[in-house]
Design a protein around this ligand. Structure first.
Ligand SMILES: NC(=O)c1ccc[n+]([C@@H]2O[C@H](COP(=O)([O-])OP(=O)(O)OC[C@H]3O[C@@H](n4cnc5c(N)ncnc54)[C@H](OP(=O)(O)O)[C@@H]3O)[C@@H](O)[C@H]2O)c1
Length: 361
């Protein structure tokens, strides 16, 4: 792997995957001799302090956009000791680096990359929706897809808020969002046509009644579904009652059987075929979303983080998630407090961000 960019990290953000790693052991090697260290952090934001010589040989086509002193941020692979975001210096390939756009602060920017990349990957790789870049003049989604229902369950999550904004920009206009009622106005502002409250008993019936009334040209009433949470009882079971033959359901992995708690280890499932196999209707395509593999799409590898993400931010297409700054005397304390907030399920319509190096950016 090319490692072209050395960055001094000033800000990062925490995500549920940190809890899945810390409390659920997800993907953390545990056989003797392989236990540690596993450095957490899927996001970094900071200043370029050096560029590797492979950049000068032109072997990394994405690196020409970077200079020492640039303020940059990106989505990286946690557990990789060079890249993981919860450390003061990271060394990352240039294709994982976005330059901070004009008008943005680093604190806002670190809310974006992990979940915006997830939105692109989910909508294209798992749901097969077209998101051409640059968006052609007069673009409309093909085959009437712009009028088809896209159901975003868990729309107030970090993933959900970026999914809505990407769908809006590319003209997918019939977006149904499911989230707590307190977020509905905000979600309509991000592109949801209609919102339902998952805390209400009859939410499934309410969604079905809405889609029943949508003019369609045959096919499933809800052809596209993004499960932004992946909880067996919280999201997947209700979705089994909505999806029908021809529906595609993209599920954020891992699936949560039991959420971590103070005295409760989490129980996670990495094999989607083992989740409610008897409950899905015949002909429903259930897809396991795994954004860590987004670079298999060569175009996205070379263009998503270096070009598309900062362009959408600069143009105002993408608004940052609301930030909740996690305080603490040391980096360890901040990281730990963020984990506690995730464990307590205290994150709602916002992103946990915190300072890594002590000086501001
Ligand atoms: N596999 C992948 O590629 C991938 C990529 C990114 C994330 N993920 C996973 O996706 C999940 C979400 O990540 P995130 O960072 O977006 O999480 P997050 O922002 O921390 O999620 C918090 C939100 O979840 C919502 N929520 C919880 N239970 C819900 C339910 N039953 N129905 C609807 N909404 C519900 C809450 O909504 P309210 O505020 O409305 O109550 C809250 O706002 C995590 O498990 C993460 O690991 C997977």
């Amino acid at each position: 792997m090319l490692c072209t960019t050395l960055v001094r990290v000033t800000w990062t953000s925490s995500a549920p995957i940190d809890l899945h790693r810390a409390d659920g052991g997800l993907g953390v090697p545990s056989s003797p001799g392989t236990e540690a260290p596993f450095i957490l952090g899927c996001t970094f934001g900071g200043t370029v302090v050096a560029l590797g010589s492979d950049r000068l040989s032109g072997s990394d086509s994405a690196s020409s956009h970077l200079r020492v002193g640039d303020e940059v941020f990106g989505f990286v692979q946690d557990g990789d000791a060079r890249q993981a975001g919860f450390q003061e210096y990271v060394t990352v390939p240039a294709w994982r680096v976005s330059k901070l756009p004009a008008g943005w602060g680093m604190r806002e920017a670190v809310t974006v990359p992990c979940n915006l990349v997830t939105a692109f990957h989910t909508l294209t790789a798992d749901l097969g929706l077209a998101l051409p870049w640059p968006r052609p003049e007069g673009w409309a989604p093909p085959d009437g897809a712009g009028d088809k229902v896209v159901l975003v369950w868990g729309a107030a999550s970090g993933v959900g808020m970026y999914v809505l904004q990407v769908l809006r920009y590319w003209g997918y206009g019939n977006v149904v969002a499911v989230a707590s009622a307190k977020h509905h106005d905000m979600l309509k502002g991000l592109g949801a046509r209609v919102c339902f409250d998952y805390r209400r008993e009859g939410v499934v019936e309410e969604v079905l009644a809405y889609v029943e009334g949508v003019e369609g040209a045959g096919g499933p009433r809800v052809p596209f579904i993004v499960d932004c949470i992946g909880s067996v009882e919280g999201t997947l079971r209700p979705l089994t009652k909505i999806a029908e033959a021809g529906s595609k359901v993209a599920v954020m992995m891992p699936v949560i059987r039991i959420h971590a708690g103070k005295d409760q280890a989490s129980e996670l499932e990495s094999d989607i075929s083992k989740v409610l196999p008897e409950d899905w209707k015949k002909g429903v395509e259930v897809k396991a979303t795994r954004t860590f593999f987004y670079m298999k799409n060569e175009f996205f590898k070379n263009h998503l983080q270096p070009e598309i993400v900062p362009a959408l931010m600069e143009q105002g297409v993408i608004q940052p998630n609301k930030q909740r700054v996690v305080e603490g005397k040391t980096m360890l304390e901040r990281a730990q407090t963020a984990l506690d907030l995730l464990r307590d399920q205290a994150v709602s319509g916002e992103k946990l961000v915190w300072r890594v190096a002590e000086d501001d950016a």
